[in-house]
Structures are given as structure tokens and as C-alpha cells.
Design a protein around this ligand. Structure first.
Ligand SMILES: [Zn+2]
Ligand SMILES: [Zn+2]
Ligand SMILES: [Zn+2]
Length: 104
């Protein structure tokens, strides 16, 4: 997908080993939270789980700040599924790839 080049300058400033979250566009490890608060699971919109964290200051996997209200970047092995409460990465819910910013 071609996104144009309007964010080019900003991206150049980010110098880190972290991957960029393709959903929120933020660098994992620098961002305190993913900005995508909702997930589409098989056609239903759920607010993502923002209460489940590991014991570190920052998430060991996706690098967000471990604080209630923060969202993991999609693909993090800590994130819980808002539908079945299982590990999102490995739960049985189908068609759950799409996360996005819901409301304002
Ligand atoms: Zn993100
Ligand atoms: Zn995480
Ligand atoms: Zn699930």
C-alpha cells in the first residue's frame, strides 16, 4: 500500500532499533501506548483490553508503558482478547486483525 510521503521528515528523526507499529505509526519502545483503542473481531467492534500488563515498567514485548489505560501494540503476546479474555495472539477468535482508533 502506498501512503505517500507526508510523514517522511518525521520518520527520519526516529532513530531506534524498535519496529514501528503499523497500526498507530508509533515506534514501539518510545510510545507509552498504542493509540488504537478498538479492535474488530469477526465483524464486532470491541474496546481493546487496557488492564493487562506484565510486571515490568515497560511491556517486555511491545515496549509500551505498563499502566492501566494504555494499549499494547497489536501482536504483543501480553494483550488479552476483549471477547474471550484469552491471549489475543493465540485465542480462537477469528478475523481479529483490524485495530483502529474508535471515537475521539
Ligand atoms: Zn500501535
Ligand atoms: Zn505489550
Ligand atoms: Zn479471543
Amino acid at each position: 500500500m502506498e501512503n505517500g510521503n507526508d510523514r517522511g521528515e518525521r520518520l527520519m528523526e526516529i532513530e531506534s532499533d524498535y519496529a514501528v507499529c503499523e497500526d498507530c505509526g508509533l515506534s514501539m519502545g518510545d510510545a507509552a501506548s498504542c493509540t488504537c483503542n478498538a479492535i474488530n473481531i469477526d465483524g464486532q467492534v470491541f474496546i481493546r483490553n487496557s488492564k493487562y500488563f506484565d510486571v515490568n515498567q515497560d511491556c517486555h514485548d511491545c515496549g509500551i508503558e505498563n499502566k492501566p489505560g494504555n494499549y499494547h501494540h497489536y501482536g504483543c503476546d501480553i494483550e488479552r482478547c476483549p471477547k474471550c479474555k484469552g491471549q489475543l495472539l493465540s485465542c480462537d477468535c477469528e478475523n481479529k486483525r483490524e485495530v483502529f482508533q474508535y471515537g475521539n
